[in-house]
Design a protein around this ligand. Sequence first.
Ligand SMILES: Nc1ncnc2c1ncn2[C@@H]1O[C@H](COP(=O)(O)OP(=O)(O)OP(=O)(O)O)[C@@H](O)[C@H]1O
Length: 255
Amino acid sequence: MTATAPTYPSVAPIAPPALLLDGITKTYRSKAGAVDALRGVTYHFARGSFTAVMGPSGSGKSTLLQCAAGLDQPTAGNVVLNGVPLRGLNEVQLTKLRRSEMGFVFQAYNLLPSLSVYDNVALPVRLTGRRPARNDVLRVLDQVGLDGKAKRRPAELSGGQQQRVAIARALITQPSVFFADEPTGALDSGTSRQVLRLLREATDRAGQTVVMVTHDPASAAYADRVLFLSDGLLAGHLNHATPPQIAAAMNELQR
Ligand SMILES: Nc1ncnc2c1ncn2[C@@H]1O[C@H](COP(=O)(O)OP(=O)(O)OP(=O)(O)O)[C@@H](O)[C@H]1O
């Protein structure tokens, strides 16, 4: 009789969260003293989720985004992006990871004024040492509703169009995580909605992860979850909340 090997049910590998903040503390030291901007924040951002981060002024939102994106080093704790701890990386490795895995959409669009819209969008690909495919650049411009504007310079576009160029530039490398800091701060409400829909589509269609800092309850309502920060700590969250629910939670925090 031959022994048969035992069979085991196949177990799907558990994917790491897109982004893990593991006990992040950030203390700024200056002559005036020390400020604890983040005080041991732990949070998993699931792949394909859209999270808004809110909180009173000075609660640590920008610091959280800067640390999560590897633009600033936490004083303690670790940030893990797709299973890779940022703390172990040197500046070159970090820059490479940022260029391939992260997309940035900030309030200041940071477009290069002397380059055409096409070249601004192609730039992140060039920075990775590759030649951008013309069709890829035109496809993302089409995706953000800017087909036909490729030859313009940023100054020849409206604020909303410039922000959409910034989003196209973030989309071109197909990053796994988008970091957005007040992406609609300078835009009118109609244009803001277009920009927020693009971020929403990035999660719904492409399974990308969005982390967005905002002061605006209407913008935050586009997210699956709103995380509230208060005094450097997570103070709670709301899922699939409406703008009035978010505004009420903010009022509660500010009391
Ligand atoms: N470079 C720095 N040096 C010293 N303190 C800083 C520095 N950056 C931020 N802080 C302090 O850390 C705390 C958190 O700041 P942070 O900018 O993260 O808050 P925020 O929630 O984004 O605020 P806002 O909504 O006003 O933009 C604040 O007390 C701030 O004064």
